[in-house]
Design a protein around this ligand. Sequence first.
Ligand SMILES: [Zn+2]
Ligand SMILES: [Zn+2]
Length: 285
Amino acid sequence: MTKPVSSSFIGEDTKILEEIKAASADGLVLCFVGVGSAFAKKHAQTSLIVAKNGITLLVDIGTTIPNALAQQNINITDFDYYHITHSHADHIGGMEELLLMSRYVKQQRPKIIITEHYQDLLWEKSLKGGCEYNETGLLRFSDLMEPIRPLWVNSQPREKYKVSIGDMELVIFRTKHIPGNVALWEQAFWSTGLMIDGRVLFTADTRFDEKLFADLNMSGVEAIFHDCQLFSPGVVHASYEELMTLSPDLKSKIHLTHYGDSFEKFNPSADGFQGFAEPWKLYKY
Ligand SMILES: [Zn+2]
Ligand SMILES: [Zn+2]
């Protein structure tokens, strides 16, 4: 095995990540690496840094994310924890880089928050082809990462899992994303969103699903970061038009994420939303 080099090989100046950690000393901080859709070119794909008391979590690692991080002198291996919401390439396309950089450069397994069920799916259907072979034989997913297992909470009305990292409490819940023709989340392929400290809701990818808000405890939620497709029909995403039909109270908490390049034609704050989520902005709670 090769000798490790500095994990900050891109450059020593990881200023934004240090700023995020410092800002999280007295609370919860969210910062988006990217806010774009799968095919966006003006923004990196939607990926979220969550920090509390200096502990960092990276949620989703799409194909464009290692490069977007590198633009800010952040290495993909620089985070304390990782979490993947589902298996589309705009959420996992950078996973192979994380796993192989961690093994061969940093020589430390990344801590990934993942259920046993999704660990099998992600490995068998997506990552195994590029990651399984190594210098000595065949690797398993658990040779390349340290799974942090969330605890199952309930199956109905919405399947949920919970996990704490440091002082941060995460609830992982199932969403209705793919395929586009199923009526219920129970029939959908594995995709999940996150409730962070009961205060911030991140839907990740979902179709319009008003029942989601009824199925979750929304009483303490201050902000919602919601998937939004700027053209209709939504098919596998929530369209801007559909989100417009939500109550004024919900809309006033919604920052739109996962949006396409035509965003300049829209004025979400005039339409009752908080607005478009912005990359590299620090959201404090
Ligand atoms: Zn996506
Ligand atoms: Zn997706």
